[in-house]
Design a protein around this ligand. Structure first.
Ligand SMILES: Cc1cc2nc3c(=O)[nH]c(=O)nc-3n(C[C@H](O)[C@H](O)[C@H](O)COP(=O)(O)OP(=O)(O)OC[C@H]3O[C@@H](n4cnc5c(N)ncnc54)[C@H](O)[C@@H]3O)c2cc1C
Ligand SMILES: NC(=O)c1ccc[n+]([C@@H]2O[C@H](COP(=O)([O-])OP(=O)(O)OC[C@H]3O[C@@H](n4cnc5c(N)ncnc54)[C@H](O)[C@@H]3O)[C@@H](O)[C@H]2O)c1
Length: 485
């Protein structure tokens, strides 16, 4: 990489790629580019690993893992194992969550990236002009820039909220005590995952969702199973909840007052009402980069209004706006590499993107929901298979949930949703089939090991073939062959 100094003696770096933000998106693009021999500068103003490692996927899944152990202890009696109400030490649960972060952190560390040949700069990056980024005393004039500044919690304007010390995903994983009564505002992925985890760990939990149902992006039939699971775990789920105000309670804590006049007292408040892209702090305007509420505006090639600059991951808006997941950030990174380093044309939005909500049972989906399909397609077939009819699920007493696949009459897969144990793992054959244009009959024809949960895929796919068994021609053929001896 070329290094110069400017008139004020500041170092000027001239790498192939300058990446702003070392979260899932930025790290991914930096590591692939470096492995291909490109010179890369990576700038991070806070913690390496971004949200996913520090305040998102990793701590939430570690918390959920602890909560599943608590649940398993409660249910051990069903298997003939003496147990009972688990003793949950919240200090140790907190240590486990932090331990999970610490175990993964070296993978995202400055040291590892520097060893790969990436120049890592700790500091805030700001555009000085269309070709230049400044970070501390460094000036970076890269061939291409990638903005990967992520997203932050979107906090709604509820009267009195600013008077209460509320939690968001940025602070809840620092909690090392049992909340007497956790009130969660927002029934999206963050809200349902954390509400259920704390409930399974023994806390009283109320979940307030303004909409008519939880997990609004998901098929209502499948999200309904998660809703029921939360309720039977003892989470007080309140959909259609309109919050009037929040005020300090006389006995300490706070009271959430609904528009019905009902008041709900709580000790800890989690705000999980969505995310908004980080578009400030980078001086986008200095580089002629447009943004709006959806994020930094990009075209289908993830390029911003400044052709030398891409925006990827949670901060991408326009044609790049969609599901905000770590695997989407990684996918964006791959597209940018192809375009920036190899000049290959790329198009975001083509690949089927799976999504998983890590509740118990998990909810995983890919492609279109039934309602979306009914808007766009004529005749369709819905295939279902219940976990209760899977032998492994029966042996493990995990019979809750089902698979629902939406296919065309010719067997093209338009979408699949699975709610049940290991749904996040079980969705992958459906993702593969959709990505490669395979039909549902291909999934029916595979050999699945017995007894596995993955047989739910075979059973669902075989449902597609069942009407053929009733076909009079098939029956005539069978009787003809029988007569041949
Ligand atoms: C509670 C929770 C649980 C989640 N669980 C999952 C999950 O299970 N699976 C999943 O796929 N996704 C999950 N997500 C979503 C996932 O965390 C995000 O999609 C992912 O982190 C996006 O990566 P990113 O790189 O775009 O942004 P981020 O991870 O937010 O990284 C952006 C980085 O840019 C830095 N930055 C910002 N501005 C500047 C600047 N001017 N200069 C230098 N650095 C800057 C920030 O400090 C940050 O480190 C979860 C999110 C939350 C909140
Ligand atoms: N398992 C995963 O992959 C995972 C887990 C957590 C988060 N995420 C990512 O993070 C994103 C953000 O998650 P999220 O759950 O914060 O947002 P979300 O947008 O998915 O859900 C927010 C919910 O809050 C509700 N809401 C908004 N204002 C409200 C109010 N005043 N009162 C009551 N309810 C209100 C909305 O109706 C909505 O249902 C997700 O879309 C996803 O991309 C992914």
């Amino acid at each position: 990489m070329m290094k110069l100094t400017d008139q004020q003696g500041r170092r000027v770096l001239q790498p192939d790629l300058c990446v702003i933000g070392a979260g899932s998106a930025g790290l991914s693009v930096a590591s692939i580019a470096a492995s291909l021999g490109a010179s890369v500068v990576l700038i991070e103003k806070n913690r390496m690993g971004g949200d996913c490692l520090n305040v998102g996927c990793v701590p939430s899944k570690a918390l959920i893992a602890a909560s599943l152990h608590a649940r398993a202890t409660r249910e051990a009696g069903d298997f003939g194992i003496g147990a009972g109400e688990p003793i949950v030490d919240f200090t140790k649960v907190h240590a486990h969550v932090k331990g999970a972060i610490a175990a993964i952190a070296p993978m995202d560390s400055t040291e590892r990236y520097q060893a790969m040949g990436v120049s890592v700069i700790a500091g805030e990056a700001r555009f000085a002009d269309a070709h230049t980024v400044v970070a501390g005393d460094r000036i970076i004039r890269a061939r291409r820039f990638v903005i990967a500044t992520g997203s932050r919690p979107a906090v709604p304007s509820i009267r009195g909220l600013d008077q209460i010390p509320y939690l968001t995903n940025e602070t809840i994983f620092d909690l090392a005590e049992k909340p007497a009564h956790l009130v969660v505002i927002g029934g999206g992925a963050v809200g349902v995952e954390i509400a259920q985890a704390y409930r399974m760990l023994g806390a009283q939990v109320t979940l307030l969702e303004a909409g008519e149902r939880l997990l609004a992006q998901e098929d209502p039939e499948m999200a309904g199973v998660v809703d029921q699971a939360l309720r039977s775990d003892g989470v007080a789920v309140r959909t259609g909840a309109s919050i009037e105000r929040i005020e300090p309670a006389k006995a300490g804590g706070f009271a959430v007052v609904l528009s019905t006049g009902e008041s709900i007292d709580g000790s800890h408040l989690l705000v999980a009402t969505g995310r908004k892209p980080v578009v400030d702090g980078v001086a986008l305007e200095a580089a002629g980069i447009a943004s709006d509420a959806s994020g930094i505006l990009v075209d289908r090639g993830l390029r911003t209004s400044n052709r030398r600059v891409y925006a990827i991951g949670d901060c991408a808006g326009g044609a790049g706006k969609g599901a905000r997941f770590t695997h989407v950030a990684n996918h964006h990174a791959g597209l940018v590499i192809r375009n920036a380093l190899f000049r290959l044309p790329v198009r975001v939005g083509k690949a089927p993107i799976p999504r998983v909500t890590y509740t118990a049972p998990e909810l995983a989906s890919v492609g279109l929901t039934e309602a979306q399909v009914r808007e766009q397609h004529g005749t369709i077939r819905i295939l279902r298979w219940a976990f209760a009819d899977n032998d492994r699920a029966r042996t493990e007493r995990q019979t809750e949930g089902h698979v629902k696949a939406v296919v065309t009459p010719r067997g093209r897969i338009l979408g699949c949703s699975i709610v049940g144990a290991h749904a996040g793992e079980l969705i992958m054959p459906w993702v593969l089939a959709m990505s490669r244009g395979m039909k549902v009959s291909h999934l029916a024809g595979l050999i699945y090991p017995y007894p596995t949960f993955s047989e739910v895929t075979k059973s669902t796919a075989v449902e597609f073939l069942k009407p053929s068994a009733q076909n009079p021609w098939v029956r005539r053929l069978v009787s003809l062959v029988r007569r041949l001896g």
